[in-house]
Design a protein around this ligand. Structure first.
Ligand SMILES: *[C@@H]1O[C@H](CO)[C@@H](O)[C@H](O)[C@H]1NC(C)=O
Ligand SMILES: *[C@@H]1O[C@H](CO)[C@@H](O)[C@H](O)[C@H]1NC(C)=O
Ligand SMILES: [Mg+2]
Length: 261
């Protein structure tokens, strides 16, 4: 464990010494709210928080409702520190390398699917304020935050979006947000730097009873039957990336804050 912590420490120094754009200014209230509680070595019975996070990211730990109480501090520090950003960058860099290897058909039918929450846009300011454990998700408060329309971009995703567009790949957003949030979502995306896209697919407000994985698969199927080729797909939940018509390659961004099936 000591050597693992040393490794993390060294990784943190390396990452900190790189310069990140200043456009992503997320308040670090978690550090004030819960100072230094919960290191990677904290124990959920028998499992460290780092192991728990790895299990979550690899889709081995599924169906969880909240971050284990012991890991709330750890998840808060991960999300608001540099490691989350570094991990996101490793993923979007890899996505771009793959995209560059594609031979675009030039018919405008190559598309890349982006999820919105915790992918294109970040709700970290909401979680920083409300906490990362013990069910911070309160539908009333979260909707109020969404309706403010001021979620920042996850900068690594915005960067990937721009680079994909420069390759001639078109962007389709598929989100679990509902149709009644179309205007606020459109305005928020634009304000965050996403200026154009082929489609923004939101869930019908009356939609219920199906998983996100089912809903997103159905929406991707419609795109494919319209002749589009889903060359890539990026999201923070496995339910963005599993199912049918997933795309030629999928890219999983980190999200140890919540689980959507
Ligand atoms: C959600 O937040 C509102 C406003 O603070 C509060 O009145 C309500 O009880 C909360 N709901 C739950 C389920 O905690
Ligand atoms: C992408 O997937 C489709 C459907 O499986 C396949 O026909 C096509 O060859 C793949 N394209 C690339 C570039 O791998
Ligand atoms: Mg998401």
């Amino acid at each position: 464990m000591a050597s693992l912590l040393l490794l993390l420490f060294l990784a943190a120094i390396t990452v900190t010494s790189q310069s990140y754009g200043s456009e992503f200014s997320i308040p670090r209230q978690i550090h004030l709210l819960r100072p230094q509680s919960g290191a990677a070595g904290s124990h959920v019975p028998g499992v460290t928080c780092l192991s728990w996070r790895l299990g979550v990211e690899t889709n081995n730990i599924i169906g969880w409702k909240t971050v284990p109480a012991e890991c709330e501090g750890y998840v808060g520090h991960y999300m608001l520190g540099q490691q989350y950003r570094a991990d996101s960058k490793a993923i979007t860099d890899e996505a771009f390398l793959y995209a560059q290897s594609l031979k675009p058909d030039g018919d405008g039918k190559d598309i890349w699917v982006f999820d919105i929450d915790e992918t294109a846009l970040s709700n970290l300011p909401y979680y920083a304020e409300h906490g990362f454990g013990a069910d911070p998700y309160n539908a009333t408060l979260f909707n109020k935050w969404v309706l403010e329309g001021k979620a920042p971009a996850l900068p690594e995703s915005l960067n990937l979006y721009r680079k994909l567009q420069s390759l001639g790949i078109k962007i389709v957003f598929i989100t679990g947000r509902t149709e009644d949030q179309r205007t606020v979502t459109t305005n928020n995306l634009k304000k965050a730097g996403y200026r154009s896209w082929l489609k923004l697919v939101l869930k019908a407000s009356s939609y219920s009873g199906k998983t996100a994985a089912f809903y997103k698969s159905s929406e991707r199927a419609k795109l494919v039957s319209s002749g589009y080729r889903i060359v890539g797909n990026i999201g923070d939940q496995w339910s963005d990336l599993l199912g049918t018509n997933t795309g030629n390659r999928t890219f999983k961004l980190p999200d140890p804050m919540y689980y959507i099936s």
